[in-house]
Design a protein around this ligand. Structure first.
Ligand code: PLP
Length: 443
């Protein structure tokens, strides 16, 4: 069979691909236009409409901050988008990159930091660099895809030998069990142990149990890597992250975060002891064989970090909105799970006995109503990621939202929940286009 024909066969049943016809350009790959912030325009195949946006990880509202926009523009005007040309190691090193690294190391309370061009690839590379075939990785079951890809790469080097152990999400008893096994294993291989978790789990907003994990350091010999993509800038008294929040940053051996969330940029960094950072600089394949972070981004990131460190108003505004929306949802009887971070999941429950298609149809209609009739834009997660009949909304508050936005949103959720409970979103087939085409989205 021709490879492309085979790929097209696979596409028909792929997890997300199978919904392409009913979702592409609206539920998937939506186009948000205008200046980044809570009020943007949503372009669909049927027109453009204003929406209240709760789907960007622009936690501190820095993406469209006037000082940030000015720094970005000045960086672009001075250096152009191409500079520096080449990978850091070859021809892409600059004083600005080093200055940004010094600022990041200070912020993350580590002796040294290394700026990377993309978070996802960097995480794969960090894992690839830090462990070899004799070492064991112990990781949380809900680890992000970039951590999993790093673990897959490690697996591929271990010749079929089981060298990675997963523990159920945040389950410290099971983590300890896995650490016992890992300790036994490395005694045989002569290797070492790396534990990996996220600081803030980005889907449900709960925190990695960093206190529990670091307490285990008294009993077991391991190093800890955390991916704090959602905690950097948002958690802890100074925004220094989830380690700072728990008061255990000194026990985090490798602290990783991306600039794609609170940093409102692109790229990321890893912070640790200086010799380890030097080793990573010299060995991370995703950095040695790929281009350095462009200059305007580096200049803009320095400005972002300066604002994050000198002006608490960004974090204060963020948490004001987080508390208002989370307390508001709870007061009105909504289930927001176990979040302890700005990430706000809202769980609603449709018909658990419906077929797969009926479940998707009900969730689709609910989101359609929320977007078309209430102008509220957020992402949803449906079965099979959550149990059948459950719809999880992922609401991301930012410092740029207002209390009026919060009130409007909670009222819209209340009305939609009432309709869901009355069974008004039920349908046999997933067909958003007919309603959208007719201009009549009514439930
Ligand atoms: C936990 C986590 N790690 C890593 C990444 C990847 O970061 P980047 O977008 O900088 O590649 C993300 C981004 O979604 C994330 O949520």
């Amino acid at each position: 069979m021709d490879l492309f024909e085979k790929v097209m066969e696979r596409a028909k049943t792929a997890d997300l691909g199978k919904y392409q016809a009913g979702a592409d350009g609206y539920f998937m790959f939506p186009k948000l236009e205008g200046e980044i912030g809570p009020e943007m325009n949503f372009r669909t195949p049927f027109g453009v409409k204003p929406i209240l946006n709760w789907s960007l990880n622009n936690y501190l509202g820095l993406a469209n901050d006037p000082e940030v926009r000015k720094a970005d523009a000045e960086g672009a005007a001075k250096y152009g988008l191409a500079a520096p040309m080449g990978a850091r190691m070859m021809s892409g090193q600059t004083v600005m990159h080093e200055e940004l690294e010094a600022m990041l190391a200070k912020y993350a309370k580590k002796p040294a930091a290394f700026v990377v061009n993309f978070g996802y690839q960097a995480m794969i590379s960090i894992i690839d660099c830090i462990v070899d075939r004799k070492d064991v990785i112990v990781y949380d079951y809900e680890a992000h895809a970039c951590i999993m890809d790093g673990i897959f790469l490690h697996k591929s080097k271990c010749g079929g030998e089981k060298m990675s152990y997963v523990y159920p999400h945040n389950d410290m008893e099971k983590l300890e069990k896995q650490l016992k096994l890992a300790t036994k294993k490395v005694a045989e291989t002569g290797g070492s142990i790396l534990v990996i978790t996220e600081g803030v789990f980005g889907m449900a907003g709960d925190l990695g149990n960093l206190k529990g994990i670091t307490d285990l350091k008294d009993k077991y010999n391991f190093r800890l890597l955390i991916d704090d993509a959602h905690g950097f800038g948002t958690m802890g008294p100074n925004g220094g992250g989830t380690g700072e929040h728990f008061g255990v940053q000194d026990k985090v051996d490798l602290y990783f975060a991306t600039f794609a969330k609170a940093g409102a940029g692109i790229g990321g960094f890893i912070a640790s002891e200086k010799p380890i950072i030097d080793y990573l600089r010299m060995n991370m394949r995703s950095q040695i064989y790929a281009k350095s972070l462009p200059m305007p981004m580096v200049v803009g990131l320095k400005k972002r970090l300066e604002l994050m460190t000198t002006n608490p108003k960004y974090r204060e505004n963020l948490w004001k909105i987080v508390h208002a929306i989370q307390e508001g949802f709870k007061k009105d009887g909504f289930d927001i799970g176990k979040t302890q971070s700005p990430v706000t999941p809202v769980y609603m429950h449709g018909d658990p006995n419906a077929s797969d298609v009926e479940c998707t149809a009900e969730a689709t209609n609910l989101l359609l109503d929320l977007r078309e009739n209430y102008g509220i834009f957020c992402s949803i997660v449906v079965y099979p990621v959550v149990p059948k009949g459950t719809v999880m909304f992922r609401v991301i508050p930012t410092a740029a939202h207002t209390l009026e936005h919060v009130e409007r949103t909670i009222n819209a959720f209340k009305e939609c929940k009432k309709k869901l409970d009355e069974g008004r979103y039920k349908a046999k087939t997933v067909d958003p286009w007919t309603m959208l085409k007719s201009g009549k989205v009514e439930f």
